[in-house]
Every structure is written in structure tokens, then in C-alpha cells.
Write a protein that binds this ligand. Sequence first.
Ligand SMILES: Nc1nc2c(ncn2[C@@H]2O[C@H](COP(=O)(O)OP(=O)(O)OP(=O)(O)O)[C@@H](O)[C@H]2O)c(=O)[nH]1
Ligand SMILES: [Mg+2]
Length: 214
Amino acid sequence: MGAAFSSADAVATDLLLPNAPKIFTVVMLGLEGAGCTSLLSRLLVPTDEQPELPPTSPTLALDRVDVSYGSHRIHFWNPSGHERMRNLWPLSFPHAHAFLFIVDATSTAPASSLDKAKETLHGLCTSPKTWTCADPDFPLFVLVNKIDVAGTPSLKDVAAAMDIEGLTKLRCGGEVPLLATSALTGAGLKSVLDSLVARVSHYHIATHNARIEE
Ligand SMILES: Nc1nc2c(ncn2[C@@H]2O[C@H](COP(=O)(O)OP(=O)(O)OP(=O)(O)O)[C@@H](O)[C@H]2O)c(=O)[nH]1
Ligand SMILES: [Mg+2]
């Protein structure tokens, strides 16, 4: 399978961040249907090769996709988002250098899955099993997916609905950036890769320096 991003896309990131870890694992979480598998497929297949949404079926246990980005090799792990499978999520946590939490931007009705997504994400940041989420520097991003659908709310509105401000407080001031994406158009995916490389690098260097100072 080809790659949706050429190494030229990542040259600037490589030059700016020469110390970034070259191989790292990203755990991608989201409620069922948020679009995790579609985003992973879009990372592999560019829109000019496949303009329509990549075909998917519900993830049964875990999807794994490896993406080369410049000199980086990023392993994406996506455990199933189905309710009965979410108790398996913690098995992947020790492997994570970063977390992506995917939300479906189209589910904004009251008592919708956006409320459930908020509850789930806040739960991750308070559970002892995911203590890394509560670490202010540990890379955690929210991807607001399906922005190609007409009428999806702004990032600001999604941030309010997900109480990102409250989440930042839970993480002792650690930022939780929101990035808009579409698995249909591929919008936002380059920013996601650049942000992952930058934040993982920052965290890796900070942790390394802290160890030296101990
Ligand atoms: N319009 C639009 N539809 C999307 C997008 N991403 C995913 N979808 C659709 O949303 C549905 C669910 O997508 P999946 O990628 O299977 O979702 P998932 O998060 O992997 O779901 P599970 O494997 O069941 O946990 C499919 O019908 C996709 O075609 C997007 O960016 N835009
Ligand atoms: Mg899936």
C-alpha cells in the first residue's frame, strides 16, 4: 500500500526537530463509529488514489497501522471503540508515546455520543490506569473528525461541549489541543502528524533532561 504523505512533507519537521524519537507508538481511542479506522486508512491512501471514504467495518479488537513520515516510523494502535471492548483499552496504554482521542463532530444532539465522548475522555484523565493522561506534558490530542459534513460545529463549540477547559485543569494545566480532521478529504492529517512528532519529541526531551537532573 502507498503512503499518503511523501517524505518531503516531513522535511521541515525533521530539520526543526532533529532529536525527535524516530519510532514511536500512538494509541488512538474513540467511541464506536468516530472514524478511527477511516482516518488510519486515509493516512495510507491519498485522496487522489481513492477520493471516496475508505471502506471500513467495525474494529473487532485492534487495528494496527504503521506510517512512515520523513525519518519517523509511527505505529498507530486503535483498539475497538465498542462499549463492551473498552475495558481492553488499558492493555495498550503502557505502549503509548501519545494518545489521540477521536470524536465524531456530527453527533452534537443533546445526550448524543459527544456527551458520552466527553465522559469517556474525562474518565481517562482521572483513571489510575491512564495516569499518563493526567501528566500535563504527556501528548494528548482530540481529533474532531468528519468536518467535511455540512453543519458540523466549530472547534470552539466542540471544545465547550467536551469541557476541554475542565480537562486542562484535570491535567494540571496540560494543554489538550483540538485538531479538525476528515477521513474523506484527508484534511488535518498532516497537522496531526506534525503535532505528534513535535509533542512526542518535546516530551521525550523533557523526560530525558529531568532524568539527567535527578
Ligand atoms: N463523512 C465522513 N464520514 C466518516 C469520516 N470518518 C469516518 N466516517 C464514516 O463513519 C463510519 C464509521 O467509521 P469507522 O472508521 O469505521 O469508525 P471507527 O471509529 O473505526 O469505529 P469502530 O471500529 O466501530 O470503533 C463509516 O461509515 C465511515 O465511512 C469522515 O471524516 N467523514
Ligand atoms: Mg474501527
